[in-house]
Design a protein around this ligand. Structure first.
Ligand SMILES: Nc1ncnc2c1ncn2[C@@H]1O[C@H](COP(=O)(O)OP(=O)(O)OP(=O)(O)O)[C@@H](O)[C@H]1O
Length: 443
């Protein structure tokens, strides 16, 4: 089993109590493609056997928990584990993070801050080989801060007139809305990519609209240009994603949540299409056909603040793609989705019911617990509240509900190898000190 013999192939936990191999997410895992996420946590909170997640098959994982209890930290652990898989498996997978908070760029750096804690787990700090992409219009701002980033953009022609109306929060039947839909649909009918300038000239040349509507529509699109996210051609998917890579799409500069959702919808839709195509190639290969070109890897798509993109009560711009394609049908083409939220109650209920793995950190709001309880699998012997109580208030402690083995597990997620950028800043403590020994974790 690959993590049992060396860092590439050694278990991450050689320390205390490493017991029987337990793989969550697959009953058939042959001991390969294992993500070492932590150890069992006994009721007295002592450390038990190592816990692994399967990475050979596609998964839909929901990570939830109240603010500051480990959601993005856990996401980072999964990303690290995917990045450190044995090369033969790693090259068939790719990780893509939609980074709404701008916190994942720090993964390039080793987690020197928690070196002592890592030592307790027999681990050493390690940075990750990641690529960070930011909207093309924002590249200079990042470079000025000495953050090594690459530009990405989305083709402006990917959005329909009605999607633009939703982004601008205007009615499709209002005068600027009517103009905007007409202008965009007329450009789209030509079937070619078009630029921001071409949209403006289409608006200006509309014979049926008055000056005020034209002025308003123009202003909306000038704002689009300032976001620096859209361009005529857009970045090719193959430039963003390929086998073995960890890609961070930092969209934290986009203040408008609708724009973020539109971007997520387009990216997730393109990943899904690419995987469908790859799956067809894979089937043909199995039938004996020869293919020389590289097959698009099985993607793990990570989205934090998922309630923004798949809200409970309304249909967000990314809801359809994420629910209907990635969640419900992602298994077949091999697209994994890892969603995180502080507010399960604000998340579309399909996310809870369609996830095959639920990683639940501490939760206290009753509506959030109820949202998970409502789709609580029958195999959970106790109610969720009781499990959460057992888990206590330790950061990084999690309840994992595994639909494959129909079982529930109390786990302590391991410390991060790479620098975690999502922690709370403190006005008091110097940032260089190793705080491991002061943490609530007593190992
Ligand atoms: N598994 C863990 N091991 C050690 N410390 C942890 C672990 N998980 C979380 N922590 C600690 O808790 C802090 C907060 O975790 P994290 O940033 O993941 O919170 P979050 O749930 O994503 O919060 P928010 O909802 O505000 O984004 C981390 O900075 C870290 O100090």
């Amino acid at each position: 089993m690959q993590k049992i013999e060396s860092r590439e192939s050694k278990p991450v936990f050689r320390g205390k109590n490493t017991g029987a191999l337990r793989v969550l997410g697959s009953e058939e895992n042959p001991g390969k493609g294992l993500l070492s996420i932590g150890n069992y946590m006994a009721l007295d909170h002592s450390r038990g056997a190592a816990v692994y997640l399967d990475a050979l098959k596609p998964h839909a994982i929901l990570i939830c928990g109240k603010r500051g209890y480990g959601k993005s930290y856990t996401m980072g652990c999964l990303l690290e584990e995917l990045a450190f898989l044995e090369p033969a498996i790693r090259k068939k997978l790719a990780s893509v993070v939609i980074d709404t908070m701008g916190i994942f760029w720090t993964m390039k750096y080793p987690n020197a801050f928690e070196a002592r804690k890592l030592k307790n787990w027999d681990l050493t700090p390690a940075g990750l080989d990641i690529e960070i992409f930011v909207p093309v219009g924002k590249i200079e701002a990042y470079r000025k801060r000495n953050i090594d980033v690459k530009p990405f953009s989305i083709p402006i022609s990917e959005l329909s007139g009605s999607q633009w109306c939703r982004i601008f929060s205007i009615e499709e039947v209002s005068p600027p809305g009517i103009l905007l839909v007409r202008a965009i649909e007329s450009l789209r009918e030509k079937g070619e990519a078009y630029s921001f300038e071409e949209i403006l000239s289409e608006i200006a040349g509309d014979p049926r609209s008055d000056k005020v509507s034209k002025g308003a529509a123009e202003n909306y699109f000038r704002a689009v240009n300032s976001w620096g996210l859209f361009s005529k051609e857009g970045t090719k998917l193959s430039d963003l994603v390929s086998g073995g890579r960890t890609t961070i799409l930092d969209v934290s500069t986009l203040e408008n949540e609708n724009v973020c959702a539109a971007a997520v919808s387009i990216i997730a839709g393109r990943l899904y299409e690419a995987r469908l195509e790859a799956r067809r190639t894979y089937e043909k290969k199995l039938m004996g056909e020869k293919f020389d070109e590289e097959v698009f890897p099985m993607v793990w798509l990570f989205i934090d603040e998922a309630h923004i993109f798949i809200p409970a009560k309304t249909e967000g711009l990314a809801s359809k793609v994420l629910i209907n394609r990635c969640l419900r049908q992602g298994r077949q083409p091999g697209l994994s989705l890892v969603l995180a939220t502080q507010r399960p109650a604000s998340l579309h209920p399909d996310v809870v019911s369609q996830s095959d793995l639920l990683i639940c950190h501490r939760l206290t709001a009753s509506d959030d617990i109820l949202a998970l309880e409502t789709s609580r699998p029958l195999y959970m012997q106790e109610n969720l509240q009781a499990y959460i109580k057992k888990m206590g208030s330790e950061r990084g402690a999690a309840l994992i509900v595994d639909d494959h083995s129909e079982s529930v597990h109390l786990v302590r997620i391991r410390p991060r190898l790479s620098w975690h950028g999502g922690g709370e800043p403190s006005a008091f403590e110097p940032h260089t000190k190793d705080k491991s020994k002061e943490n609530t974790f007593q190992l």
